[in-house]
Design a protein around this ligand. Structure first.
Ligand SMILES: [Zn+2]
Length: 276
């Protein structure tokens, strides 16, 4: 009698454990998100990003990378200004004085090291687009699978050069993509700033849903006013992509974290603190 009860209890606990495990994996495999400092700079003339508004005014910019811990492995979103800029005493002076003069107060390598994460630990990565302040350190991760829109990958660079090292492992996307197959990290196709620009939707267990903008928008007043930078690839696509992000935010009850917006980033926790 007691033995039979014991067996039944054991069977029940196995069922409960199995059930709990299943519920968790069906929920979300994302565990944490770290915000990394991937550059700091000063824009010479902010009206470059908001034609007709604030002409001749300079503004501080930040450049942000995001490291995500998923049950299946680490995922890096954007790689920032090249770490080599950290060794340049005056930073990176832009050819166009209206553009951003970037500095690198902290390297990406040092921030990963602080978290005990080696570049080879990063299973997958994606960049929002191929401007230098986002792809500066892609080759720090030569074996990491790179997710990029085909339209961006095939976009000819200066002198017809490829945008990425041809040998780098790559998955070329044509539209949205659920990276881990559980809906917790979704690449959103948001063209306009460049032909294959993309943004990222993450569903964190406690923080909730967050959209990482990439450069679909550069700062909050441009988001509020639907301002489009003069040097964007397509104004029409940019506006359509902003509308798409707005719809995703409504559906997922998501926050929008804007990559270059210093005022917003100053309100957020930086690595080694994290969001879960
Ligand atoms: Zn940028």
């Amino acid at each position: 009698m007691f033995r039979a009860l014991g067996l039944a209890a054991a069977a029940l606990s196995v069922l409960l454990l199995f059930g709990a495990g299943q519920a968790q994996s069906a929920q979300s495999g994302v565990e944490r998100l770290y915000i990394l400092n991937c550059g700091e700079g000063v824009a010479g003339d902010i009206s470059r990003w908001s034609p007709g508004v604030n002409e001749g005014k300079s503004m501080d910019f930040v450049d942000t990378c995001y490291l995500i811990k998923h049950a299946q492995g680490w995922f890096l979103w954007d790689t920032g200004v090249a770490d080599a800029v950290a060794t340049m005493p005056n930073g990176l002076t832009p050819a166009d004085p209206k553009a951003v003069h970037w500095r690198r107060p902290k390297t990406l390598a040092a921030q990963l090291d602080q978290l005990g994460v080696a570049p080879s630990d990063i299973k997958a990565m994606a960049v929002s687009h191929t401007h230098p302040d986002h792809i500066g350190n892609v080759e720090m991760f030569p074996t990491t699978m790179l997710y990029v829109q085909k339209a961006e990958y095939d976009w000819p660079g200066a002198n017809n050069e490829p945008r990425f090292k041809p040998g780098h492992p790559v998955t070329e996307l044509e539209g949205d993509h659920d990276v881990f197959g559980d809906g917790s990290v979704t690449i959103l196709s948001t063209p306009g700033h460049t032909p294959g620009h993309q943004s990222l939707l993450i569903k964190l267990p406690h923080t909730g849903a967050v959209v990482l903008s990439g450069d679909a928008v550069h700062f909050k007043s441009n988001w509020d006013n639907r301002g489009v930078p003069s040097n964007n690839f397509s104004k029409e696509q940019t506006l359509t992509s902003m509308q798409k992000i707005s719809e995703v935010m409504g559906k997922e009850n998501a926050q929008l974290w804007i990559n270059h917006d210093k005022a917003q980033r100053d309100t957020l926790k930086m690595s080694p603190e994290f969001y879960d």
